[in-house]
Design a protein around this ligand. Sequence first.
Ligand SMILES: Nc1nc2c(ncn2[C@@H]2O[C@H](COP(=O)(O)OP(=O)(O)OP(=O)(O)O)[C@@H](O)[C@H]2O)c(=O)[nH]1
Length: 398
Amino acid sequence: MGFFDVFKRKKREEKDKENIREDDEEVIEEKEQEETGESEGVSDSESDSDSESVSESGSGSEKEGQIKESAGDEKDDKSGRKEDKEKKSGVFGRLKKGISKTSGRIIGGMETIFLGKKEIDEELLDELEELFVTSDIGVSTTMKIIDDLRNDVSRKILKNPQQLKNALKQKLTEILDIDNELVKTDDKPYVILVTGVNGAGKTTSIAKLAKMFKENGMSVMLAAGDTFRAAAIEQLEIWGERAGVPVVKQKAGSDSAAVVYDAVLSAKSKKIDVVIADTAGRLHTKDNLMNELKKISRVVKKEMPDAPHEVLLVLDATSGQNAVAQAKTFGTEIGVTGVILTKLDGTAKGGVIVGIVDEMQLPVKFIGFGESMDDLKPFDAGEFVEALFESADETDYS
Ligand SMILES: Nc1nc2c(ncn2[C@@H]2O[C@H](COP(=O)(O)OP(=O)(O)OP(=O)(O)O)[C@@H](O)[C@H]2O)c(=O)[nH]1
């Protein structure tokens, strides 16, 4: 199995896990029903022990009624518990929970606008437009979405708010669904350069990525390329220890291109699969920063002409439209190949993901939605939009 298939496999495994969990829950529920004699097709004579205990302490029909009643309550309780568990556990459940604030702002806001409306009029479209702009979707992307919807309304394709809601779901999926597979190569090691401003979540995301690769049977090496701050090197070392992966470093102030180059050489000789390089998020000037990032790429290319294979820009979703501005700066200057959008859990500004993809045509390759090591996943447009809408359906905004 190749390096890139891992991500397809990971997505498949996540879906399988969800299914297995559902199956397991059903089996457990069936077993529990059998134990309480509630399972369909279990006759009184078949469930001897149950009927014995009924007759032991009460008259048949009265007791049976009570048992059925309490079994019914129990059943409601169980299915409630099952729903609860499904909501909370599993990657999809955590994603839904993580993006609930964004979901509340966009989808919940839309539901509020739709309240009591049976038809789609110009006023409703104006309100939607305002909602999307204030939800960090961005002005140009919002105009595009609203113009398309207005068009479909005038052509009588969309006749009521429910149809409009479905059309929006489809539209968001279409916008977000651009090719976001990792860049393919037969090179080894696979070199990933991670960039982004300080505090965006670079170090945490590097650790999460390292863990994800390791769990998929790949060996990983980290390069402490943010030599601007001693603390950044220490932090990466701590994360490297936690994830159980080696970290190549030099002292603060040394040449970051040399650190990354050393890591690539070392990984090559040790036959390590993936090198993930941290880089500075801030230097004395923006030009210095961009020049350093370009230099790292140039130096690495001396050893591996196609490396870095990925230049991932870490953007903090809580910074809203600022994230789009950063995507523009980094994207044009240093040839970013994709985005890791972090902190989707702490914000209602997650709509920014739509603007980033639409305005920049920059693929979001991973999303971070929590502080735990497992709260990062390859981005899947269909799943994300589904989670966005489902999360709103499950939230009580009253
Ligand atoms: N809630 C939440 N917090 C996150 C996420 N990703 C990172 N963080 C937190 O954001 C803070 C900054 O993360 P770092 O990984 O240190 O950010 P950095 O970009 O490396 O920043 P510097 O080390 O200053 O360069 C930490 O407290 C992380 O725990 C996320 O997806 N969700």
